[in-house]
Ligand binder design. Structure first.
Ligand code: UDP
Ligand code: MG
Length: 328
């Protein structure tokens, strides 16, 4: 009977989380035990904690957890590479060891009870189950506004991103085998997942406050993620520049005719304001356009290097005999 049940790996990125991990890790364990006793998953299921090069005692906590209960295991990245890369390292480690993965942050903000529904959706034939926030009450007005504008902008630019979905999702190992072929270095997982395909569905949950510690996503990083998201999913900004350039050229042409007429009629003294405005305007547009083009060239530059997206430097002993996918 048990062999029919899927093996679940919960993949959890952790960066400097010594404050919150001791609180949330037992909650994940309790969830695994509940799912096992509900006969939704088998007892080979694990909690895979990914230390993203933390500078505090996070890795020590992870190794202690793995010694305290065999359901915990962990990998350590050779340095901090960011949330998306940490999740990828975890998923690539898990993909050959399990049937399904669920990625979730370690701060307790995402409701772990949604996992029951996610696993049920997998049983119904879905390879991808998106965890979607039903409300954003706990966010500040500013975070809510910027996040919603970002989703709208991204979808208008052609990226297929599920509204209000972050990185809480179920992925089957079948999905991950295909996903492993997406070799890009600029990672924006929530935009890449829909590109792979397979049957998907959404599960809704309410997002809470962080249980302890502090957010690693200040405004600067959020803007960085937004720019990366847009430029790695869509080339529409480049086309917008072309369109805008065409409009400005047309206006300039009209302007030139206006200037020539003014010259011919001897009416050329009062031209200072319009000249300065035109210089500022064209200068600004050109700089902005160059910046956008530069953003894409920068991406090409990074991609051509083919640098690894993650390097695993350590594994907990209960994972140590598996030496595949240490670099990817
Ligand atoms: N995280 C990571 N590497 C980083 C930054 C964050 O692995 O460089 C992890 C972090 O430990 C957490 C998750 O990514 O589990 C989400 O981070 P956080 O809660 O700080 O972001 P927020 O929820 O505020 O957007
Ligand atoms: Mg968080």
């Amino acid at each position: 009977m048990n062999t029919q049940l899927p093996t679940l790996y919960i993949v959890i990125p952790c960066y400097n989380e010594e404050k919150v991990l001791p609180i949330t890790a037992p909650l994940f364990l309790a969830k695994i035990q509940e799912l096992v006793s509900n006969q939704q998953i088998n007892n080979q299921s694990r909690i895979l904690l990914v230390d993203d090069g933390s500078k505090d005692s996070t890795w020590k906590i992870i190794t202690e957890l793995s010694e305290s209960d065999p359901h915990y295991c962990g990998i350590q990245q050779s340095r901090n590479r960011g949330h998306q890369n940490a999740v990828l390292a975890g998923l690539m480690t898990a993909k050959d060891l399990c049937d399904i993965t669920i990625s979730i942050d370690c701060d307790g903000q995402d409701d772990i009870n949604a996992m029951n529904e996610m696993v049920a959706a997998y049983k119904d034939g879905c390879d991808v189950v998106y965890g979607v926030r039903s409300a954003r009450d706990t966010d500040t007005f500013f975070k809510r506004f910027t996040a919603q504008s970002f989703y709208k902008l991204l979808n208008n630019l052609g990226g297929e991103v599920v509204y209000n979905h972050a990185d809480y999702r179920l992925l089957s190992s079948r999905f991950l085998q295909s996903f492993a072929e997406y070799k890009e270095v600029n990672l924006f997982l929530r935009g890449m997942v829909p590109l792979v395909g397979f049957k998907s569905t959404c599960v809704y949950y309410k997002r809470e406050e962080r249980m302890a510690g502090e957010s690693h996503y200040p405004l600067k990083k959020m803007i960085g993620l937004a720019v990366d998201g847009i430029t790695s999913l869509s080339v529409k900004p480049l086309r917008l520049i072309t369109g805008f350039g065409a409009v400005v050229s047309l206006l300039s042409f009209i302007g030139i005719i206006w200037v020539l007429i003014g010259y011919a009629t001897g009416n050329t003294i009062n031209g200072w304001a319009s000249t300065v405005c035109a210089v500022f305007f064209i200068g600004g547009v050109q700089l902005l356009s160059l910046g956008i083009i530069g953003e894409y060239i920068g991406k090409i530059y990074i991609e051509t290097k083919h640098r690894p997206r993650f390097i695993i430097s350590n594994k907990t002993t209960n994972l140590a005999d598996n030496n595949q996918n240490m670099i990817g």
